[in-house]
Design a protein. Structure first.
Length: 171
C-alpha cells in the first residue's frame, strides 16, 4: 500500500483541476486505494455568500481545505484537493500546514481556459460583470516548485490520470 499523502492541484480557472481530481480518485479507488477529493468551489459553495473573492476570503477557503485534507489523511485516506490557490500567502499556508503534501501544477494557457470556460467566468470577466477572475483580471502567478506538472493543453485526461496515479502510488 502506498504512503498516504495529499496532492494539492493548483492552476488557473478552467485548467482542469477538478476533472483531473475526479478521474484520479476513481482510478485510485479501482486499485483499492482509499481516497477522497476536496474541491475549492464546493467549499466556497458550502459557505454561500459569506466567502467572497478577496485575498482574505480565498485564504479562509484554503484553510478549510487544509483542515479537511489533514483530517481525511489522518483517517487513512489519500487526499486530492483541487483549488486555484493563486495567492502567495495561500500557497505558503498549504505548504506549511498540510501533512505529507505534494503540489501538482495544472498547466494550461489562459487562452485554452477561456475556450473551455464551463462556468462562463471568462465571458463574465470580459464583459466587466466580474473583476476578480485570477488569470484574466490579474495574472495567475506560476508555481516556483511544483512536485508534479500536469499539462492539460497537450496531454489527454487518460495520460494525465495514469501519470498522477503512478506519482501517488509508485506503480
Amino acid at each position: 500500500m502506498p504512503a498516504r499523502r495529499t496532492l494539492w492541484l493548483m492552476g488557473p480557472t478552467s485548467g482542469g483541476k477538478t476533472t483531473i481530481a475526479v478521474a484520479v480518485i476513481a482510478a485510485l479507488r479501482e486499485k483499492g486505494v482509499p481516497a477522497i477529493h476536496f474541491d475549492g468551489d464546493e467549499v466556497r459553495d458550502f459557505f454561500g455568500t459569506t466567502h467572497g473573492f478577496a485575498a482574505e476570503d480565498r485564504l479562509r477557503v484554503v484553510k478549510v481545505l487544509v483542515h479537511l485534507a489533514n483530517k481525511a489523511m489522518d483517517a487513512g485516506l489519500t487526499v486530492i484537493v483541487s483549488a486555484l490557490t493563486a495567492n502567495p500567502d495561500a500557497r505558503a499556508y498549504v505548504r506549511e500546514h498540510t501533512n505529507n503534501i505534494q503540489i501538482g501544477y495544472v498547466s494550461c494557457s489562459i487562452e485554452t481556459c477561456m475556450e473551455r470556460d464551463p462556468k462562463g467566468l471568462y465571458e463574465r470577466a470580459s464583459s466587466g460583470e466580474i473583476d476578480t477572475l485570477i488569470g484574466y483580471n490579474t495574472p495567475y502567478p506560476p508555481l516556483d516548485d511544483p512536485d508534479l506538472v500536469l499539462d492539460t493543453e497537450n496531454k489527454s485526461l487518460d495520460a494525465i490520470t495514469t501519470e498522477t496515479v503512478r506519482f501517488l502510488t509508485g506503480v
